[in-house]
Design a protein around this ligand. Structure first.
Ligand code: SAM
Length: 256
């Protein structure tokens, strides 16, 4: 076994490209109906309807609690996947930038833009490529899949990228319930690509099958970080607890 394979860290970016290339819709919403073999025009429509509904809800919250006249010009959807959120967002912003680390996800998102006749979304693979300030940033179902130190730095970058009256809607899991055995297993698998391969063999999967990391964040650390950036007004929406997923999610609406 080459030493670099033994020592190399598990990397969520390469895992996402594997998912983007094989099961991009299921990678976003992991139910059987969104596997390629099961996708129908109706289920595809349902997939995008869920994005429309999400965008409608967050704009209602912004208008009710944060800024009644919010009318963003440039918006970012961080971790845009196949465009489920970026496409409806493009109807509320003059321009949208979808950020996604997986080229295959972006390729599918571009195909969907053509399908829906959307011409005001650009795509980049990294937040650092966006040089201008933006009015709105959204991220949902993304940070949980990113290692928490990196994810916390990304939240800090969001704040830097916002215009003086900009708003961000950041969904972040603040607790994931796991059995002690699963916690130990996760800490090993997350740290080594060799452990990932062994885990896949143990689970009787393809040795290189993608593994989606699930992380919960220290909410106190995030609030402290926001306070240090002079963000003192935060609207927090906690999501309904789902005993099957055991993930406690919060959406932080922040205004600069
Ligand atoms: C579960 S999908 C969610 C997609 C989209 N937010 C939605 O709700 O429809 C997660 C997406 O985040 C992307 N992603 C993961 N890590 C990322 C990173 N560090 N930078 C940008 N995108 C990332 C993945 O490639 C994937 O497309």
């Amino acid at each position: 076994m080459p030493i670099e394979i033994v020592l190399s860290m598990a990397n969520s970016d390469t895992e996402w490209e594997k998912i983007g290339g094989s099961e991009p819709y299921w990678g976003v919403l992991t139910t059987e109906e969104y596997k390629r073999k099961n996708l129908t025009p109706a289920s595809r429509q349902e997939f995008f309807n869920s994005g429309e509904e999400y965008v409608k809800q967050i704009f209602e919250i912004i208008s009710s609690y944060i800024d009644r006249d919010f009318n963003p010009s440039l918006g970012i959807d961080f971790g845009c996947g196949v465009g489920r959120i970026a496409i409806p967002l493009s109807k509320r912003c003059k321009q949208v930038i979808g950020v996604d680390v997986s080229p295959s996800m972006v390729a599918e998102a571009k195909r969907n833009c053509v399908l829906f006749n959307i011409t005001n979304i650009d795509f980049v693979d990294d937040l650092s490529k966006i040089k201008q300030k933006v009015d709105f940033i959204n991220t949902v179902l993304v940070l949980q899949h990113i290692e928490t130190n990196r994810g916390t730095n990304i939240i800090e970058d969001f704040v830097e990228k916002l215009t003086p009256s900009g708003i961000a809607c950041i969904q972040v899991p603040y607790s994931i319930e796991r059995s002690p055995i699963k916690s130990v297993l996760k800490s090993i698998v997350d740290k080594s690509s060799l452990a990932q391969k062994m885990y896949n063999i143990m689970m009787k999967k393809d040795v290189n099958a993608p593994i989606i990391m699930m992380n919960d964040y220290d909410i106190t650390r995030i609030l402290k970080l926001l306070a240090k950036k002079n963000i003192n007004k935060i609207f927090i929406l906690t999501e309904k607890y789902d005993k099957n997923s055991r993930v406690f999610n919060a959406s932080l609406f922040i205004k600069k």
